[in-house]
Design a binder for this molecule. Structure first.
Ligand SMILES: [Zn+2]
Length: 272
């Protein structure tokens, strides 16, 4: 397998060699995607940096260059010999259109280490926040820009509460508290300006506290209890779609995420 041939192919396809390969000892090549902004076609040439010899097949993948200039792998790496190289580059390049796009910032999504498919920009950590301008950056946590993202629509309450006296329970089974809580609406007072984090709730017990890894500022609340938050930090793996968006929820859920107010005392309680 000729090194000269492989290098010539890559050159003819518009690829340039990188100076370094942070993860291995072969020469990496890349070029811009033909149509998709911030997407690069990346080829591991399989040519040893030191030896200058072909040590294995070449591999092709797509990466998205995010706001912080980190490269996120948005497709799996596929390998080929010299014969298949040019056509594989084309196929991988075409596969760009199947990669999901973040609906908030239009970045490509990638599979994080946690297994979640998330935005390459991790934009949920700065929803509504504009790009930091290098000179005016002060505290990283205080971007006061109203969150424009429309939260998931609230589900309508459909369950009616049966008075306790009219409920029937199986004769020999212990009455489970959670089946009662299921029907309850749990509320907390969440106000604009509140500094909030997130709590994970399972069957009405706090199972995880995200204080220290998720931080946001409440921008607005409406008459339905919808709460708009400017999330300024999220170093957890909690995806954007699990973030809380209301000052209330139905008790007894298997897993749920609710606000935790950090800046003052605000407790969750059954609605009266
Ligand atoms: Zn995004």
């Amino acid at each position: 397998m000729s090194v000269v041939q492989r290098k010539a192919m890559l050159k003819s396809q518009g690829f340039f060699p990188h100076k370094k390969n942070a993860k291995g000892t072969t020469i990496i090549y890349s070029r811009k995607h033909a149509t998709a902004k911030f997407v690069r076609v990346v080829v591991d040439s399989g040519i040893g940096e030191r030896s200058g010899k072909v040590v294995r097949n070449a591999t092709v993948k797509l990466c998205f260059v995010n706001r912080t200039k980190s490269w996120r792998e948005i497709t799996a790496e596929v390998s080929t010999d010299n014969k298949g190289l040019v056509s594989l580059i084309r196929k991988v390049e075409d596969s760009e259109k199947f990669v999901k796009t973040c609906k908030h910032c239009k970045a490509k999504k990638f599979t994080a280490k946690t297994g979640n498919v998330v935005c390459s920009n991790a934009c949920w950590t700065a929803w509504g926040g504009k790009k930091k301008s290098a000179s005016t950056t002060k505290k990283s946590s205080q971007k006061i820009v109203a969150q424009k993202k429309a939260a998931t629509p609230q589900k309508k309450k459909s369950q009616k509460v049966t008075p306790k006296s009219q409920r029937t329970y199986p004769a020999n089974k212990t009455y489970k508290e959670s089946s009662q809580k299921k029907r309850q609406k749990i509320v907390a007072e969440i106000l604009p300006g509140d500094l909030v984090s997130v709590e994970e709730i399972e069957l009405d017990k706090v199972t995880h506290d995200y204080t220290g890894s998720i931080l946001g500022i409440v921008m607005k609340t409406d008459q339905f209890g919808k709460t708009y938050v400017n999330w300024t930090a999220n170093t957890s793996s909690l995806p954007e779609w699990d973030m809380p968006f209301a000052n209330h929820y139905q008790g007894g859920q298997k897993r749920h995420y609710r606000f935790k107010v950090l800046s003052r005392k605000a407790e969750w309680a059954v609605a009266t």
